[in-house]
Design a protein around this ligand. Structure first.
Ligand SMILES: [Cu+2]
Length: 716
């Protein structure tokens, strides 16, 4: 079933390029310590990774690990893992879940974590241990922020920190980050502050890509305390985003303020290890318009609160370990669109999109890891999750019924807004409480073929309940529907409270080979069958901004069955290691296909075949990288969402860094050849369209042109 649609010749050439070095590299028979971690977790380090991370969101840490990103705001791009996007991925930030509190998912979990704060970024694709899964079907992304530091001896006191600054020419991006830590052997306190600001970037033709500007600042305090058998970590964080443009959405972010509290307590006990955590994250989000790069009038306010706890016990057994856990996570939200004074259509009442929405999850799980023999190692886990969703009564701007239309509105089509009144009546007349009972199963077998090669075969059943916007957005007018879309497609969406959870059954096989010289090759293939995949059905069309030549679909979330399959190849090959010079080649290839069942078309936003090659050279204090990224043209499009094709492109990137005692400097040239290209996951360039005479369809969103990137960091 894998690759049933014949991949192009490009696929085979790219496969060969990745594999050729590593396979032909002479095997050296020396014992290598193999770990029993999931092969898919094994990340080939240094691959196309920037040597020094600037500010910005944490996505930079994940791209080299096979995560694709759909364009949104400058710090709010949405992750896609093996063809599955956004909420389908479990994102754990310091162990906690943060829910997007916005009908456009402008504030996804990664947008809260500045790149400079990331200490761990780990991707577990597909076959995720149940302890790290739940309420997701794609896999898990684990992000840890700064860890507490401690002095090494009893009388020691450390005062340490770092200051860094970062700049990019393509969008005048300027960022600074500061870290200060003071600690003795048992107590630690760390402060971090970040500031990041960028104008709209320029594409490869030198044109400004409208509405891609943003600003963000964050502060965090980390308190740590530890003794021989326990540790306590407490994190307090605050982030403010005063503005962020979204070129592929109708709205922009005009304020996003969040506060988070995270407590983790670990303790060694006679029977094993106890792990507990508490988390809270509150956000006040506001949409509107702030720049003449995309003008408009309309306020929208959303508040979201995530809170929960986790308790787990890890018990050693004769052959491995047993982990038992319980989790509670709640999300509550209110989404209200204040009346626009003087507007006939957007008033006189506030539009209530989600009133006291709640999504409450209780979960229990058990999982075991066992080394059965020298060669066989297994993991098995079961998780049960109880999900309750509910919301209160809603309200349209006014009660005008269809037929009483009068036009003159500022967004969307004319005859549609008052469809909201009957839709609200119908919505309020129904019982909206839904309960889902979700069962996840994970089974993984690792087999050590020899000291250099390991095989891993895994199966997972994973379930995700619909989010509150998928179930409870209700407006049927064009304007209301176009306010709901986290797909960057500038289409309109409405929810369906009768949606079923989506259930994915994934089979995955990975083969890993490495030798002591550092050569590695990892090949992973996967096939996922998703029952009740939350997709869309078309229920109408609209003319954006009343542009009669342009038609876009109005869509309703709907369950469909779908299949996603693909292959990933990663290779690392040392080329030179002599006289202090070290040169290695890192490579990565990804190919994914996503289709609805029964030839009902392709899934949305699937990254085309892509290949990355990176030559990394180091000598004394110098490290240099030459990276080439090639992406095939996008030829499988979701016709339901009017997804556009994009051309193939190749980008070259160069980076040099120098480390001298406590100082590190880096100079990079991204998109060295100043190539113009449309991003395959960029969505519809609504902001650019708005600035034209609006007679043609939305174009694609172009990527960044050449940029000179400089960074400096000083540790003290
Ligand atoms: Cu928003």
């Amino acid at each position: 079933m894998l690759l049933t649609n014949k991949p192009s010749w490009r696929f085979y050439i790219a496969m060969m390029l990745v594999g050729v070095g590593a396979i032909s590299f002479p095997a050296v028979s020396q014992h290598i310590e193999t770990t029993h971690r999931d092969l898919e977790e094994v990340v080939i380090k240094g691959q196309l990774q920037h040597m020094m991370h600037g500010t910005g969101d944490a996505s930079e840490h994940l791209k080299s690990q096979g995560v694709d990103f759909a364009s949104a705001g400058g710090i709010s791009s949405l992750p896609i893992l093996r063809g599955m996007n956004d909420d389908r991925i479990k994102l754990l930030i310091d162990g906690a879940t943060i829910t997007s509190a916005c009908g456009n998912h402008m504030n996804p979990a990664l947008s809260y974590m500045d790149s400079s704060r990331v200490s761990v970024a780990e991707v577990v694709a597909g076959i995720t241990p149940v302890s790290q899964g739940g309420d997701s079907i794609a896999g898990t992304i684990i992000i840890e922020s700064e860890q507490p530091v401690f002095a090494e001896n009893a009388n020691g006191l450390i005062e340490t920190g770092s200051a860094s600054a970062f700049g990019r020419s393509v969008n005048d991006n300027r960022g600074v980050a500061l870290r200060l830590a003071v600690a003795n052997q048992i107590t630690s306190l760390t402060y971090t502050g970040t500031y990041d600001e960028a104008d709209s970037y320029r594409d490869g033709k030198g044109n400004k890509v409208l509405d891609t500007l943003y600003r963000s600042e964050s502060h965090s305090l980390t308190f740590g305390r530890k003794n021989d058998d326990s540790s306590l970590t407490l994190k307090l964080s605050h982030q403010k985003v005063p503005y962020q443009g979204f070129p592929n959405q109708y709205m922009d972010m005009v304020d996003n303020q969040s506060t988070g509290l995270n407590v983790q307590y670990l303790r060694d006990l006679s029977w094993g290890k106890l792990e507990t955590s508490l988390n809270y994250h509150g956000v006040d989000h506001e949409m509107g318009f702030f720049t003449d790069e995309k003008p408009g009038t309309m306020p929208m306010v959303t508040e979201g609160r995530d809170y929960g706890y986790k308790i787990a016990g890890v018990i050693p057994t004769d052959t491995g370990s047993l982990r038992i856990g319980h989790e509670f996570q709640a999300f509550r939200t209110n989404d209200r669109w204040p009346a626009v004074p003087g507007s006939m259509m957007m008033g006189p009442n506030d539009y209530i999109n989600i009133n006291d929405g709640e999504r409450i999850r209780h979960a229990i799980y058990i999982e075991t890891e066992n080394a059965l023999t020298e060669k066989w190692h297994t993991e098995f886990g079961v998780r049960y999750e109880h999900v309750i969703s509910d919301t209160g009564d809603v309200q349209p701007y006014n009660d005008m019924m269809p037929g009483m239309d009068m036009g003159g509105m500022s967004m969307g089509g004319m005859m549609s807004m008052n469809l909201d009144a009957p839709a609200a009546m119908h919505f309020n007349s129904r019982d909206r409480r839904r309960t889902d009972n979700n069962v996840d199963v994970t089974a993984i077998a690792h087999y050590a073929i020899n000291s250099e090669s390991q095989l891993e075969i895994g199966y997972a059943r994973k379930t995700r309940s619909p989010n509150l916007y998928e179930r409870y957005t209700w407006g049927r007018g064009t304007m209301a529907m176009t306010m709901i879309s986290w797909f960057g497609d500038a289409n309109g969406y409405v929810g369906d409270m009768d949606l079923e959870p989506e259930t994915a059954n994934t089979l995955s096989a990975s083969l890993r080979w490495q030798n002591y010289s550092g050569a590695q090759l990892l090949v992973s293939t996967y096939y996922t069958r998703i029952d009740d995949y939350i997709d869309v059905q078309q229920i109408g069309t609209f003319n954006p901004r009343m542009a009669m030549q342009v038609s876009r679909p109005l869509l309703q979330f709907a369950n469909t069955d779908a299949n996603i399959y693909g292959v990933e190849v990663q290779g690392q090959l040392p080329l030179v290691n002599a006289n202090g010079h070290e040169l290695r080649l890192n490579s990565r290839l990804g190919y994914t296909r996503g289709e609805r069942d029964d030839n009902m078309g392709d899934l949305y936003n699937i990254m085309p075949l892509n290949l990355n090659l990176g030559f990394v050279h180091s000598y004394k204090n110098w490290t240099s990288t030459l990276a080439i990224e090639w992406v095939d043209r996008k030829k499988h499009m979701d016709t339901r969402r009017f997804e556009a094709a994009t051309d193939s492109y190749a980008l070259v990137e160069l980076e040099v860094s120098y480390r001298w005692e406590k100082m590190a400097l880096s100079l990079g040239l991204s998109n060295l050849l100043d190539r113009y290209y449309d991003m395959p996951l960029g969505g519809a360039n609504y902001a650019a369209w708005l600035a034209t005479d609006r007679t043609e369809q939305f174009g694609a969103l172009p990527g960044e042109g050449r940029s000179v990137d400089i960074g400096i960091k000083y540790d003290f």
